[in-house]
Write a protein that binds this ligand. Structure first.
Ligand code: HEM
Length: 371
């Protein structure tokens, strides 16, 4: 538990204000690519947005200037794609037949791409060495963890002090930071743009708010970005209708009885977030896109346990504030200049696979806003 607290401290010390200019720079880079060849075309939105999300994650965590937007073949980008294509079926087999965990281990089978894991471990090790040699130039997430590293000499007979992070823990956290943030952020942004394209009136209201608070060609202020209301309402409503994490899981720590149902210790309990988010007992007209339900005037009517796009409780998403800032920044920069619309290749409604991923890539069109 102490370690969890320590990692959380690293997340909150790594304040969003500090990395704000980096995020703005990558948003500008991405928006510039639209005019080149994407305007008025059918665009695979996830593919378009993912490099922004990846560049933001890697540069803010390791102080490196990656540019996956301009160079999709960059090794970091290629290896992330490999890593994200993990096989899902072994998890189902392991859940149903726990003895297969040992079998998979024994035959050296891995659901994740080993080459990609090796690549990232090597990269993080190198960054870690550089950060150790000269901590003065870095103020990133990795530096915060390196500062709290437990020296090897403090680990006696495999027993580590309860405070501080070991080398392996730092490696694992750095990897987790990229992977927990990269795909979730780009998927969320894809769903937001899809909902805006389907709801042009909401798009217009949002663009009016953006024009009022964020003049074009001026830097975006952190306070303004985090405080504009309709943008926040739109994001919340999109995450209600299409939660990026449609299921949450917890393991029951002790025998528990709830409303006459006995849950034995060790049971895996699944929370169907996507169903709760559309349950008519908690939401009026749940299928309708209505950002206003999250407005200051209405949001007190929302049952806090019926809305959980970032999870709930002590193990909820530690990257939430960061993710919201990254999401808001690119939406402002994009919608200052462009409209997002459906096109001939847009699937309406979306069809989902059994792991709640869209069966077909989400395709939309960008057009230039009238001056
Ligand atoms: C819009 C983007 C994101 C969404 C929708 C999202 C959603 C979630 C959800 C649903 C959980 C599980 C919470 C629970 O079980 O109660 C989670 C956990 C987590 N997320 Fe995020 N996340 C996002 C972005 C990020 C980012 C950018 C980072 C890193 C900077 C991050 C880091 C983490 C970590 C480390 C955990 C595990 C926390 C723990 O186990 O204590 N997430 N996220």
């Amino acid at each position: 538990m102490i370690k969890v607290v320590l990692v959380k401290e690293c997340y909150s010390t790594f304040t969003n204000r500090r990395i704000f200019p980096i995020v703005e720079r990558y948003a500008d880079r991405l928006v510039k690519t639209i005019d080149k060849e994407l305007l008025d075309q059918s665009v695979d939105i996830k593919k378009f947005i993912a490099p922004y999300s990846l560049d933001v994650m890697t540069s803010t965590s390791f102080s490196v200037d990656t540019d996956s937007t301009a160079n999709p073949e960059a090794p970091v980008n290629v290896n992330v794609q490999k890593f994200m294509k993990f096989k899902f079926w072994p998890f189902l087999v392991m859940l149903a037949l726990p003895f297969t965990i040992r079998l998979f281990k024994w035959i050296g089978f891995s659901a994740v791409n080993k080459e990609a894991v090796k690549f990232f471990c090597g990269l993080i090790k190198r960054f870690k060495l550089e950060h150790k040699e000269d901590s003065s130039v870095h103020s990133d997430f990795l530096q915060l963890m390196v500062d709290s590293e437990i020296p090897e000499s403090d680990i006696k007979d495999g027993v580590e002090p309860s405070k501080g992070l070991t080398h392996d823990e730092i490696l694992a956290q750095a990897l987790l930071f990229i992977f927990a943030g990269y795909d979730t952020t780009s998927t969320t942004l894809t769903y937001i743009l899809y909902n805006l394209a389907l709801n042009p009136d909401s798009l217009k209201t949002l663009q009016q708010e953006i024009d009022e608070h964020f003049p074009k060609d001026s830097p975006v202020s952190y306070e303004a970005l985090m405080n504009v209301e309709y943008l926040d309402n739109v994001i919340s409503e999109c995450m209600r209708l299409l939660p990026t994490a449609p299921r949450l899981e917890r393991v029951c720590k002790r025998n528990f009885n709830i409303d006459g149902i006995n849950i034995p210790e060790g049971t895996l309990v699944t929370v169907p977030v996507n169903l709760i988010h559309r349950d008519p007992r908690f939401w009026s007209s749940p299928e309708v896109f209505k950002p206003e339900r999250f407005s200051k005037d209405n949001k007190d009517d929302i049952n806090p346990y019926a809305y959980m796009p970032f999870g709930l409780g002590p193990r909820n998403c530690v990257g939430m504030r960061f993710a919201l800032m990254v999401t808001k920044m690119i939406l402002v920069r994009l919608l200052q200049e462009y409209n997002v619309e459906t096109c001939k290749d847009t699937s309406v409604p979306l069809e989902f696979s059994n792991i709640f991923l869209p069966k077909q890539p989400i395709k939309l069109k960008f057009s230039r806003r009238e001056p």
